[in-house]
Write a protein that binds this ligand. Structure first.
Ligand code: EPZ
Length: 436
């Protein structure tokens, strides 16, 4: 188990290039199974979720290489249609393979993806939608079997919630189906548009991505392309929060400013100065942040739920009281109990959290329990006075490429330490169990 050791109190200062988007590269890699041939995906972040996705592709029979942030997938010899339980457990968002596997193989089998640290993560919207293509679905013994007894046929689907994953799975199922599919109340996240752009360059016919209604006209087959993944808007926003809460100044290069538009008003309300150029954004923090009246997480283009935890960390040192309402996930406040260890003052009541800003945080020993919550703990650590240790950083490494190197290059004193699993009294787990 590895951890970060942080000596806090330094200003975040300088410029950094933002990694490729985790939430864009995962569905695009899943979509490569629809292309009988080789596809080249560049600007892929070197994160554990990408490596987990590559494991699934290789299990399915694809040949995959990953070097210099470029993944090359040759799915010509793909010969499986199931995702084994251990791979589903390693990354529950492997459910995003569903539409591609059904589109390519006409059938699919996967274990019911469990919940995770931020919520139950049901997939009812995925299943209801896929059934409308004429796919039979059978659920038993924690396995879900999908089979289309005849060629997939386009259909009309109105989502009760603009689910990102469900929208992506519908697009993947519809690409090679016969006829037209119309999705209403589709998710509008930039990652949906990046997926549609990739597929259209492979020969698909998808229009309306980024809008509430997406139209997919099925085609016979898709061909190889080289695609560059968009920058990660959540990673960009996370590092902006790091500069904001350390009286710093940061210039983010290779970002798409429009994608981070939903978070800019929050940083401006806190007193930060933001300047925008074609593919870069610069944030200059004030000597003391002002509190944020209310942040309500919403589907894009609203404030992103993935920035709730990092921005909560920022509000812990604002002057005044801030309110955050998490409307997307039902239990996305696991980071609060750990933030309290820094001396933060936070109260949670259901979906609402009230953060009373303090003058200073003090270093603490904390444990990360999910990706964005873990990032919030690192932000608190770099702002706090004294030493912070953040354990279980495997969650953070799912989505942020070498966060310690990025923050280190911006003036932070942060080191990664590989750790044996021992208890604080020096016994290792094995010794403890044998002495028991
Ligand atoms: C994607 O998850 C992202 N993950 C999440 O990012 C992000 O938080 C989320 O979209 C919302 O923006 C990836 O893209 C890999 P949803 P997804 O389906 O697709 C409910 C991160 O930190 N729902 O839009 O799973 C669901 O429970 C991760 O990078 C159903 O009820 O999100 C949630 O309350 C975390 N039934 C809400 O909808 C369904 O069938 C939003 O889920 C599907 C979803």
């Amino acid at each position: 188990m590895s951890r970060f050791i942080i000596n806090g109190g330094n200003r975040v200062y300088g410029e950094t290039r933002i990694q490729g988007s985790k939430n864009s590269v995962l569905p695009i890699l899943a979509a490569t199974v629809l292309v009988k041939g080789e596809t080249v995906i560049s600007n892929c972040p070197d994160i554990s979720d990408v490596n987990a996705t590559i494991k699934v592709l290789r299990y399915l029979g694809c040949k995959v290489t990953f070097e210099n942030h470029t993944v090359t997938v040759d799915s010509t010899d793909m010969d499986k249609y199931d995702i084994p339980d251990d791979l589903m457990r390693e990354m529950r968002s492997s459910v995003i393979f569903l539409g591609g596997i059904i589109g390519r193989m006409g059938k699919a089998r996967l274990s019911t993806p469990g919940g995770c640290e931020i919520g139950l993560r049901p997939i009812d919207l995925h299943l209801d939608a896929i059934q409308r293509f004429g796919v039979n679905i059978k659920e038993e013994f924690a396995k879900i079997e999908f089979e289309s007894v005849k060629p997939l046929e386009g259909t009309n689907i109105s989502l009760s919630f603009p689910s990102v994953g469900a929208t992506e799975n519908i697009i993947l199922t519809a690409c090679l189906a016969k006829g037209t599919t119309i999705i209403t109340n589709a998710a509008r996240e930039p990652e949906i548009t990046d997926l549609a752009d990739f597929l259209n360059r492979c020969g698909a016919r998808i229009s309306g991505s980024g809008e509430g209604t997406i139209v997919i006209e099925g085609v016979e087959n898709l061909h190889s392309v080289h695609h560059k993944v968009i920058p990660d808007r959540i990673a960009a926003s996370t590092y902006m929060a790091a500069a904001a809460m350390t009286q710093g100044k940061i210039r983010l290069n290779s970002v798409i400013p429009a994608h981070i538009a939903p978070v800019i008003p929050v940083f401006e309300e806190a007193g930060c100065d933001i300047s925008i150029e074609a593919d870069s954004v610069t944030l200059t923090a004030p000597p003391r942040l002002k509190s944020i009246k209310t942040i309500r997480t919403m589907p894009y283009p609203g404030f992103p739920t993935d920035m709730q935890a990092p921005v909560m960390a920022m509000t812990t040192v604002c002057r005044g009281t801030s309110v955050i309402i998490e409307t997307i996930f039902e239990s996305r406040y696991k980071h609060v109990s750990e933030l309290l260890r820094f001396g933060a003052k936070i109260r949670v009541d259901g979906r609402m959290s009230v953060i009373e800003g303090v003058d200073k945080l003090t270093g603490a020993s904390v444990i990360s329990s999910d990706l964005r919550g873990g990032a919030a703990l690192v932000l608190a650590g770099i702002a706090a006075q004294g030493i912070t240790t953040v354990d279980d950083i495997k969650f953070i490494e799912r989505g942020y490429e070498s966060m310690e190197n990025v923050l280190g290059s911006l003036g932070c004193d942060i080191k990664k330490e590989e750790r044996e699993i021992t208890d604080e009294y020096g016994d290792d787990q094995g010794a403890k169990s044998s002495s028991a």
